[in-house]
Design a protein around this ligand. Structure first.
Ligand code: SF4
Length: 328
């Protein structure tokens, strides 16, 4: 029997190439080996979102990207977290077995509290408990994570362990599956590619938009003139070539070192690489987007399938916690 994978991602709308390299392509690959459950975690988003006007649109756009990238609703369960409300019930119940001290120590809580001092809400403290509920509700055994998320997963494992020791074996302790793709730097070369830094290229951008954006990318800061030899090893454009033009990286490195190629031409090559690699994705996305009900149908079906598992787990949890009458 295939092991079960769970992963959740916040609804951030149209995805960018950093999302694709860092997470989505891994999600797609895992479908071959595992039974996958992928969730857009809209409740988590409420811990930091103060304006939810775009929430539904963001969920729709993100799911279009996931589908076009190869997440297959025939193979995986794709759904929205709040569409299976059992997760909120389990979140409350797990909260009763999670010592507050464990949550107060989580570095991301302190960081978020620093970033939004006007909105240090209860959800920020309870975030790891909700994340644990997401995973264990589906009895997932494997969770794909980046290095930075390992402490969160460790906490989820501790909460699952504590529940099991108090009420008897119920949840598998989820194992981390480290993604092998490094962090993707944004076009400014300074931070991780992300919406909040405005340093990204959307997967669904047109070829022209892609070209314009790539032309703004920061390159080797030491290369001031066209005749200066470059240092591809410190250049973000070069690292993106590694993904979009993998067969040309050796040649580009040699030409950069010897100043045979200029940064403008090098960026043109990158834009061409991105556009060619994403051409099929963009075509598929446009065809899904042309069917107005398609995403809604995928999400409804996913929620229905997720709910079957969720109801079973929740009944078991409530029974073990003494919330349901037991046979005597
Ligand atoms: Fe970077 Fe390319 Fe310029 Fe070299 S030629 S510094 S790899 S953009």
């Amino acid at each position: 029997m295939k092991k079960r994978v769970f992963s959740g991602a916040r609804p951030t709308g149209r995805q960018h190439i950093g999302n694709y390299i860092g997470a989505i392509q891994n999600y797609v690959a895992l479908q071959k080996e595992y039974e996958c459950i992928y969730c857009i975690v809209d409740i988590h988003a409420l811990t930091t979102l103060e304006n939810t006007d775009r929430l539904q649109q963001d969920i729709h756009e993100m799911m279009l990207d996931w589908l076009a990238a190869g997440l297959d609703p025939q193979k995986s369960i794709l759904f929205v977290q709040s569409h299976v409300p059992e997760v909120m019930e389990l979140y409350t119940l797990l909260g009763m077995v999670t010592p507050l001290g464990w949550l107060m120590r989580v570095p991301t809580f302190k960081e978020k509290a620093r970033m939004q001092p006007h909105n240090v809400n209860y959800g920020l403290v309870g975030y790891p408990v909700l994340m644990t509920a997401d995973i264990v509700l589906y009895k997932a055994e494997v969770v794909p994570v980046g290095e930075d998320q390992l402490p969160h997963l460790e906490l989820a494992r501790e909460i699952a362990r504590r529940f099991n020791s108090l009420f008897g074996p119920t949840f598998p302790e989820p194992q981390a599956k480290l993604t092998s793709f490094p962090m993707v730097l944004g076009l400014n070369g300074a931070q991780k590619m992300g919406k909040s830094y405005d340093n990204y290229v959307e997967l669904a951008a047109t070829p022209e938009e892609t070209y314009k954006l790539v032309m703004t990318a920061v390159t080797d800061p030491a290369r001031k003139y066209r005749s200066d030899p470059g240092h591809p090893e410190v250049c973000n454009v070069f690292s993106l070539h590694g993904f979009f033009n993998p067969d040309s990286t050796d040649e580009i490195a040699v030409e950069c070192h010897s100043a045979k190629i200029g940064c403008v031409d090098c960026k043109k090559l990158l834009a061409e690489g991105i556009n060619s690699k994403l051409a099929a994705f963009r075509e598929k996305r446009a065809s899904f987007a042309a069917e107005p009900q398609y995403v809604a149908e995928v999400l409804a079906d996913g929620a229905e399938r997720a709910k079957v598992i969720a109801e079973r787990t929740l009944a078991e949890v409530k029974e073990k916690m003494g919330l349901l009458p037991r046979d005597v």
